[in-house]
Design a protein around this ligand. Sequence first.
Ligand code: OGA
Ligand code: MN
Length: 290
Amino acid sequence: MVEATVLHPLLAAEIHADIRGPLTESTHAGIISLMDHYPVGVFRNKKPLSDAEHVAFSRRFGPVERMKTRGDLRVPFPEIIDQSNLDANGAIFPDDDKRLLYKRANRLWHTDMSFHAVRATYSLLSAHAIPPDGAAPTEFADMRAAYDALPEEIKLRIEPLVAEHDYYHSRVAGGGPEPTLAERKLRPPAKHPLVHVHPGSGRKSLYLASHISRIGGYAAEDTQALLDYLMAFATQPQFVYAHTWRVGDIVMWDNLATMHRATPFDDQQYRRDMRRTTVREGNVELEAVL
Ligand code: OGA
Ligand code: MN
């Protein structure tokens, strides 16, 4: 048995487990069964896990994606995605840095890696440094509860639809620059059904993200209208848990049952050092984009 404290009745729980060392089988199984019910699991650690501990914990939940080639890294682990506002030397990115502009697009509701054919299951985000006064919480929305609450006629309409997810669609929508052709080639779009069954709970769920650029059979304006409706519906306050970070927290979320977004803070003044691992449905090695 793993103890938990409910943080949001639909989708979030603090999970009381020591995740720094090897997990026993029963702790591992207990975490998975809690996550199947509450797709956002919060682990409060007294201090941040080391990158190696973070990766080792993540690996217990499936194949962790790796970056193939990257230049000078602030965090020299191919499994760790640097979600900070810091360059390789630990200095804050200037306001117009392309990497920062692209990271700011995380402020749009999304699910991680939906633009890839091999979907992400869990993401695990670890807080190493955060801005003061609880700034920059991360928000999560329950896509199963949102699906359940949709009007029947909308459920019927969206059931057969397939959406194309494109990383650069959200980067540009979020205020970033147009990608180069070479960048586009490294991250081609991927198609996924808009409605699927969340494997962990067996419940139907929306698979929605700001990465969606097209819906099969829909004209551009109809795509936009449907997405605007679904996004607004699915992110109503009753479906949303906002996580206020403490240094040391690891938040683990199930991308197949939730969307999430970053929230704004003064990223020219404060350091926010967040590091993510991503568990995938199968093994993947990614080319570095930036
Ligand atoms: C992510 C992400 C949000 C945040 O790491 O995938 O979207 O608040 N992060 O940093
Ligand atoms: Mn994300």
